[in-house]
Design a protein around this ligand. Sequence first.
Ligand code: CS2
Length: 502
Amino acid sequence: MTILSLATLDRVPPAVARPAYDPRSVGTGIVHLGIGAFHRAHQAIYTDDALAQKGGAWGICGVSLRSPDVRDRMTPQDGLYTAVEKSPAGMQRRIIGSVREVLFLSTERKMVDARLADRATKIVTLTVTEKGYCHDPATGRLNIDHPDIVHDLVQLHEPASVVGLLVSALEARRHDGAGPLTIICCDNLPHNGRVLRGLVATFTQARDGALAAWIEKNTSFPSTMVDRIVPATTAADISDNDAALGMHDAAPVVFEPFKQWVIEDAFVTPRPGWEVSGAEFVADVVPFEAMKLRLLNASHSAFAYLGFLAGHEYIYQVAAQPDFVAFMRRFMNEEVTPTLQIPAGIDVGAYRDALVRRFANPALPHRTQQIAMDGSQKLPQRLLATARDNLAAGRPMPLLALAIAGWMRYVAGRDEAGRAIKVDDPLAAQFAAIADAHRDDPPGLARALFGVRAIFGDDLVRDPRFSEPVTGWLAALHAEGAARTVASAVASAAVNSVSRNH
Ligand code: CS2
């Protein structure tokens, strides 16, 4: 079968849009670390639009950090791939040309280093997932005991961590006079630019004070809020797309119509005209990030744990259960929205309604287990920051507590039929040991999990207004199962009685 590539691009059927520029002529100005589906469905599309309408040497060199898979799929295709937008209203395909090169770090380290140190490279973007930063999720500080950081602090020649890779690139740029760099974290972390800048600064200070001063002057780390639901591409997505294309594309991405990118306007370099694709440049991203993390991502995690336990493989199935929808609405309205500063011009009611609709999109099966992954890295910004604000305001949060209990029930590693759950988390071994010690003992399980300071810090668990409802719901989940517990939680009597107790 013919393979999608620059040489075959003109044979793509007319219904599939093609880049409105010649990808061959685009120079590389961006290095992206972590070229998974999300990047290709989000920043690469903004860049594709910017190239089409504003031009510039803004091709992307995508770097795969952990596996050669994306490189192996995309290199034979000259970096081209299909972007498939799916909604109940239908499907739209277009070929994206902004990714001009894909490298695999382990085997193409020299080329990655050269790209990062190249004068033509002005921007580095990152989607390396929450755990990719080697930080302590509870505090946002560099985890200097992380094996990759320990390695890189001693031996920066072949860095193992993303922070080490950035610092070694900045060292080379300083040495070569390659000029400033704007570094844009696109992961779902609060204050993501500030956090990354802090990690880089801590790491650099431990090595070289002069470099730290250069970095301070020659880099910026704009914070960003990124949003688009992008489930992992499946084999069926690939074969459906091949049929539509009449040729083989090994690397399509599927996603919802909605997209949003809010970027702190703090660039030390030129940038692509991302605004043509809808990117918003603002002075302060924090209220946007908080709104997205605490409404969308928090509800996603709650649906992932409780929905999985209730037997649902996909988010849209959870979002088709009236009790879960009621859960999501009450959680967002009563327990999250009061903690937010709503950015000017945003209608938060419409935003929440849109989230309920987005989750329900049946055209886009998004596995609950995909979202359940790496909870230790996600809970702090999605649920626990809200919990702290609610405690400070004296506001009850029964549904948030139930979501945490759902996470505990999930990481204990057995579903409601007693089958093993594959818990995918950097702390999975610790969770398994805790679960073994507290089988059939929900209060003991809750106590032991609360003791994981990298997640909970040590303030929350000292407050019975937090720990007691979580423990109570965990017992209910064991006794009644998730579907019935969610149903009784959203029945107002249950909500009120929990609130009254605290
Ligand atoms: C999801 C996010 O996997 C997850 O944890 O909550 O990837 C979510 O789909 C995106 O943040 C939406 O923008």
